[in-house]
Write a new protein. Structure first.
Length: 132
């Protein structure tokens, strides 16, 4: 499972059973029930590992958003007893936006799925790094 953690939403992507490709699944609105929404997806898809985008600054330093992400990752590990990996997400949203622009989607449509696409970029980058 790949996650793009935002202030208002969480983009979610899943890999195929052989862990070759990532597909966008949904966007979860951040609320008091976002953990339950994730629990449902983890059970539905049989997730055994979570990769969450780690928003380092462009110079490699760690800022406020990265600290929030670290805390969220630790919470997911504690609640679900799954390994949660932090994956450098620099430029994942830029790449997702570029792909959606090339698909000629309207601004309104792009806004609805950008977080899901960013999760795809995060998870696909991780899968590619494993050399499967």
């Amino acid at each position: 499972m790949g996650l793009d953690l935002g202030e208002k939403t969480i983009g979610v992507a899943m890999s195929d059973p052989l862990a070759f490709t990532a597909q966008g699944i949904t966007v979860i609105r951040r609320s008091s029930k976002d953990i339950e929404d994730l629990r449902h997806l983890i059970e539905e898809y049989g997730v055994n590992e979570i990769v969450i985008g780690y928003p380092r600054n462009m110079n490699g330093t760690i800022g406020e958003r990265a600290i929030i992400t670290q805390e969220f990752a630790a919470k997911l590990e504690r609640i679900f007893s799954l390994q949660v990996r932090l994956w450098d997400e620099r430029l994942s949203t830029v790449g997702a936006e570029r792909a959606l622009l090339e698909a000629d989607l309207s601004r309104a449509k792009r806004k609805k799925i950008i977080d899901k696409m960013a999760a795809v970029f995060i998870l696909q980058g991780y899968l590619d790094s494993k050399g499967r």
